[in-house]
Design a protein around this ligand. Structure first.
Ligand code: FUC
Length: 793
């Protein structure tokens, strides 16, 4: 690639909104090489199996961000479990408790007096949201195909796979002397799921097609023209009536044979080849508007898709997916284990040497974000978009005291910034609904969102004060808005989100209160998610460490944003003054980082609690790090040792990132092995909390990135936590802050070569081990550094 190419991409970048164009140019050499192999994905991009899925956590996910399917790969009975990302329970609602504002001063006072149980009882009574729970994400239902007369597959002929490079699920088998293939894709361009059935013998395809749904109010009806329609109204939730209409429209397009309609199912007999198109929509337009027309939407989607042959739809899906997926490539080494099926590899991964499984997990994490979060869709929820229940665990919503944030950890460093757009759009919404909550619940300016939100952008505290009365969820999400700028450097975008950052700060300027004992400014009421501090039954407290860290990071990001945009100097002075009055990070009696304002850590109920909230300062933030704050970093290490390595899926993944930030690659790797084992990974490679929760997949992908490259401020740290288990390898296409791209390779446990480009130029400190080099980058001009001593070429 010539220098000119880079300056073109820089112009695109600076013009705003074109980060993607710039990124794809940067990725071009790889993309070309990969493009040559298009359609012939290597086994390294496959999850494959010798038997159909029996359980949902064995089925394979496809998705286009908005709609998705879990493909079971059955032989005589095939099931596609279907989702549409706006099909949630309930309708628009405002959960502010009208008694909250009057009760809060008393709750605050009780907490300052150490009367935590009384504070909790009062909060439970008067402060929490009405209703106490938020609405849940729901399944649409299933498309069921049954193939009368199709016998057992011939021995050894069955195989199903998910090609995460082509974004395609395929089932193949031979039965009765005929080879059958069924391929499923979810198309972002056509907005349909398309299923293609072929057979090696003419007229061999015959099946009944049904639609089934656990939704209470629905009907299924065969229409003319090979269509079957599932239509209904969504369920109520905790007293909030269902307000959405939904539709799933399927159309069968057959070559040869006959398609007939019974009352509520279709039959296909004697066909040579069949494509089934599935369109899904609801009437959701926004958290306040349910006036959409799912009938018109699904009709238009089916009509447009039906004009294209399946081959074209699938090629477009692959092309579109690869444009993002192939920006990054990874090689951590390969052993014979990689030739086994995915379920075998996962089952053996804690004892086998299978570095390629970690690489596959990394790539699968990227696949899952591309397929569950795209511009225009809802953000990836606790299960991405894949959920088979009308009553899923934790409502399959947005838990924003770690889980939703973790979903997006890999997005910027692994070059998928457009996948963050739905999250940014959601934050724009909760900044509106959260302004109502700030005003009516706290009498404060700005906006607030507690520990969960849903499709309707509810922002009040839910579930119980010990979980929900935590005013920090929205503030934490704001840091993703800042990161989007810091990685891409699009000032126009930054200007569009600046009022949101400012509003989040204003809420804290209005609600931080002086701790009568210490004089520090603290949050109250709050909690350290969701940890019981041992002083009473609950977790309510004032000024927990995580809150202070998040506010510090929020104020810093907002001040930086104001600086970039050259505005609000007085406001920045106010932020800086308040930042200096927050409780600092402190070391407790055990040498640990104190989780609370008081040194309560030794007396907690659960020493191994899954949340490691106070370690936020080390990761994802970097206000604590081994260089600038070595004592605090050592205290984090102590806290991690006390907490232990094994936790729920996401909590295990967080620990990997933290150990990587402490630059202990072998420790990070040993935890990664646990994450990849069958206790924390289902056969379909979904993360097991348990139950399935997708955050661990994304947190694990982020952890692998953090082991290989860390981007903090203007520093780029190469191989900061390389484990002995990956002596040689490479990763290409990573992004670092300041619009940088990083490719690196290593051999014998040492850096072989790094190639770094800053699209906008600037000074960066490149580091490998103890070697540091300060380099002034010219915009778009790649610098190549060789060997562990970073020799410049
Ligand atoms: C938080 C965690 C739980 C679970 C839930 C969805 O409340 O403490 O472990 O992940 O979110």
């Amino acid at each position: 690639m010539s220098l000119d190419d880079f300056s073109v991409s820089r112009r695109a970048l600076v013009a705003g909104g074109s980060t993607i164009a710039a990124l794809s140019l940067i990725g071009a050499p790889d993309a070309e090489a990969a493009g040559a192999a298009a359609g012939s994905a290597t086994g390294d991009d496959l999850l494959w199996y010798r038997q159909p899925a029996k359980l949902w956590t064995e089925a394979l996910p496809v998705g286009n961000g908005r709609i998705g399917a879990m493909v079971f790969g059955g032989v005589s009975e095939e099931r596609l479990q279907l989702n549409e990302d706006t099909l949630w329970a309930g309708g628009p609602y405002n959960p502010v408790n009208p008694q909250a504002k009057a009760a809060l001063p008393e709750v605050r006072k009780l907490i300052f007096e150490g009367r935590y149980d009384e504070a909790q009882a009062l909060a439970k009574d008067k402060v929490m949201a009405v209703p106490l729970r938020q609405m849940s994400y729901q399944t649409m239902g299933d498309m069921l195909l049954s193939f009368p007369g199709l016998g057992e597959p011939e021995a050894g002929s069955y195989r199903r796979e998910l090609d995460i490079d082509a974004a395609r699920a395929t089932t193949r088998f031979r039965a009765g002397g005929v080879d059958y293939t069924r391929t499923v894709v979810a198309s972002p361009a056509e907005q349909v799921i398309a299923v293609h059935l072929t057979a090696s013998k003419r007229g061999a395809i015959g099946f009944d097609l049904k639609l089934a749904s656990p939704q209470k109010q629905h009907s299924v009806q065969a229409l003319g023209g090979g269509e079957l329609l599932l239509a209904g109204t969504n369920n109520e939730g905790f007293g909030i009536p269902g307000a959405l209409k939904f539709q799933t429209r399927t159309r069968v397009v057959a070559s040869g044979g006959r398609v007939a309609a019974a009352n509520d199912f279709l039959t296909v007999r004697g066909a040579d080849e069949v494509t089934i198109l599935i369109a899904m929509a609801t009437s959701y337009r926004s958290y306040a508007d349910v006036g959409g027309d799912p009938e018109a939407a699904t009709k238009a989607q089916i009509a447009a898709a039906a004009r294209l042959p399946f081959r074209t739809i699938a090629e477009k899906v692959a092309q579109d997916h690869r444009a993002i997926f192939r920006r990054v490539s990874i090689d951590l080494g390969r052993t014979a284990e990689a030739d086994k099926s995915a379920d075998e590899r996962i089952a053996q991964s804690e004892s086998a040497n299978d570095p390629a499984l970690a690489a596959l997990y990394f790539k699968y994490g990227r696949y899952l974000l591309i397929t569950s979060s795209r511009p225009g869709s809802q953000p990836a929820n606790l299960q991405g978009i894949w959920n088979e229940s009308v009553n899923p665990p934790w409502g399959s919503k947005y838990t924003i005291n770690i889980n939703t944030q973790m979903n997006y950890w890999p997005a910027e460093p692994t070059a998928m910034p457009e996948m963050v757009e739905p999250l940014i759009a959601m934050v724009r919404d909760i900044a509106q609904t959260g302004a109502r909550t700030a005003r009516d619940m706290y009498g404060a300016r700005g906006w607030v969102c507690h520990h969960n939100t849903d499709l309707w952008r509810a922002t009040c505290p839910i579930d119980g004060p010990q979980f929900g009365l935590w005013p920090m969820g929205g503030a934490w999400l704001c840091l993703h808005l800042w990161d989007r700028y810091d990685y891409g450097r699009d000032a126009q975008y930054l200007a569009s989100v600046y009022p949101i950052l400012k509003g989040a700060c204003e809420f804290f300027l209005d609600t931080l209160v002086k701790d009568p004992e210490t004089g520090w400014m603290v949050t109250n009421p709050s909690l350290s998610p969701e940890n019981n501090h041992g002083h009473g039954a609950g977790s309510l407290c004032a000024g927990p460490t995580m809150d202070m860290q998040i506010i510090r990071a929020l104020f810093t990001a907002t001040a930086s944003a104001a600086g970039v945009l050259k505005q609000d100097t007085r406001f920045v002075t106010e932020l800086e003054a308040m930042r200096g009055r927050l409780v600092p990070n402190r070391i407790g009696a055990q040498g640990q980082l104190m989780e609370w304002k008081d040194d309560w850590d030794a007396g907690v109920k659960d020493l191994h609690h899954r949340h490691v909230s106070h370690l936020f300062g080390l990761f994802p933030d970097a206000q604590i790090n081994p260089d600038d704050t070595p004592d605090l970093a050592a205290a984090v290490r102590k806290s991690l040792e006390i907490r232990g390595d094994k936790a729920t899926g996401w909590a295990t993944a967080w620990r990997i990132n933290l150990w990587a930030r402490l630059r202990d690659g072998n420790h990070a790797h040993s935890i990664l092995r646990f994450l990849l084992g069958s206790e924390r990974t289902y056969p379909n490679m979904f993360d097991a909390h348990p139950p399935f929760q997708i955050d661990g997949n994304f947190g694990g992908a982020s952890g692998i990135t953090e082991m290989l490259m860390q981007s903090v401020g203007t520093g780029i740290h190469l191989l900061p936590a390389l484990p002995d288990a990956w002596p040689s390898g490479s990763i290409r296409g990573l992004r670092a802050r300041g619009a940088c791209m990083v490719d690196l390779s290593w051999k014998g446990g040492a850096l072989a070569q790094a190639r770094i480009v800053s699209m906008i130029g600037g000074r960066h400190e490149i580091r490998c081990g103890e070697v540091r080099r300060t380099i002034d980058f010219a915009p778009g001009k790649a610098r190549v550094l060789a060997g562990p001593d970073l020799r410049t070429a």
